[in-house]
Design a protein around this ligand. Sequence first.
Ligand SMILES: O=c1ccn([C@@H]2O[C@H](COP(=O)(O)OP(=O)(O)O[C@H]3O[C@H](CO)[C@@H](O)[C@H](O)[C@H]3O)[C@@H](O)[C@H]2O)c(=O)[nH]1
Length: 460
Amino acid sequence: MSADGERRNLKILMLPYLAYGHITPFLELAKKLSDRGFSIDLCSTPINLSFIKDKVPEKYSSSIQLVELHLPNLPELPPHYHTTNGLPQHLKQTLFKALKMAKPQFYQILSAQKYDLLIYDIMLLWSARVASTLNIPSLKFYTVNAAVFCYFFHFYYKPGEEFPFPALYLREYEQEKMTHEVVDDAEEEVDRDNITESDKFVLVDSSREIDAKYMDYISETGQAKVVPIGTKFHQDHVVNRDADNMEIELIIKWLGKKKEHSTVFVSFGSEYFLTKEEMEEIAYGLELSNVDFIWVVRFQKGGGQVNKLEDALPQGFVERIGEKGKIVEGWAPQERILKHPSIGAFVTHCGWNSTLESIEFGVPIIAMPMLYDQPLNARLVVEIGVAVEVPRDGNGKLHRVNIAENIKHVIGEEIGQNLRKKVTSLGDNVRLRRGEEMDGVVEVIKQLCDKTDQSKNGLT
Ligand SMILES: O=c1ccn([C@@H]2O[C@H](COP(=O)(O)OP(=O)(O)O[C@H]3O[C@H](CO)[C@@H](O)[C@H](O)[C@H]3O)[C@@H](O)[C@H]2O)c(=O)[nH]1
């Protein structure tokens, strides 16, 4: 282990956006930087920190500290919602507003300690302005990949220009959704101009093995040098809570009875609730494929909707599938399932964390993107040869026959074996690159901190 941060005990404040998909990569980066000798303060709301605390392994308890940021009490916001996960769209904007209202308090936090650097989520550009008023350099972290960054880059900076990469073309219905999301954010982020020295770099949660082409493209435009943090380490993911949980052990036992690479894992992340129609198409698609499966089912409860899992699924489905399928309500130990030898493919929404986990564990991807960056992630993994994508019709609808066909292709056919070879070697390559990619991150941090030191000492 090197100790680049120990040169003069560099202290970094990290500020993730309030969504699990953002907090998780921030925590991974915090661990990697801590391994390199940096002291990290991770800043979020008390509710989020209690969740983060459980995920910080013992060995980091002194190098990663948690710093509380208190949000104002906005009456529209339910008191326990401190992430966008599961929040309706209009309340996501309210949460975003509440976070921005905590700016004066964030100023206090930043000025109370001698921080050498702020690493902030690209959604929270205002925090970099606060840092710059205190003469603290900052570094933005984009918690997905460079291919998606290309899309947003063109959206903001070159409206109307064609994207350079056919792989990134969005279908018409996806374009509409994505544009809507981005415009919402752009309206909130009024202080987007005025790029500082620190904004010359952007960290992405990826590896050059995955999307070097897109990293180079952005870097060559001269707007920002894209620096990948490399993929995450998985050796400490088995938290004790998992081992205590009977249901999880039952899942692993059930998987143990299946043949190698025979079973599909089906899950759509932590944010998305399947519609009734999608639930039906997926259920019948799985049935038609006649392939063994584990399906993590998340559905919106209450408000005139169904409350019981059985009612959310087609009638008689659970009885018909018997031992061929395992249905898990709400949440499953995804990484443990993906690394199980019985798993042959992952039917996923292509949330970026899930996509990276599939690559890490050498599992071929059957892409069913739903929203946000997911369609772009799906095109990227198809482009690099580790996925197939379930086609939708012109209105963006999924059909059971297409779902079944793709599952059958990947499980037990040559196409699946080819995908597995490719994804296994990609997984090996990203692991090999990890150290080198973190060297690159450390280099950038040192450069930013040195520059600030010099200017503080009147050397520039
Ligand atoms: O039953 C479950 C469901 C999820 N997970 C974990 O939760 C994470 C889910 O992350 P991701 O796959 O990225 O999906 P979302 O939660 O949907 O993530 C949001 O954030 C991502 C990163 O910004 C974006 O790529 C997605 O589009 C956005 O929906 C992964 O680490 C999974 O292993 C579990 O362990 N068990």
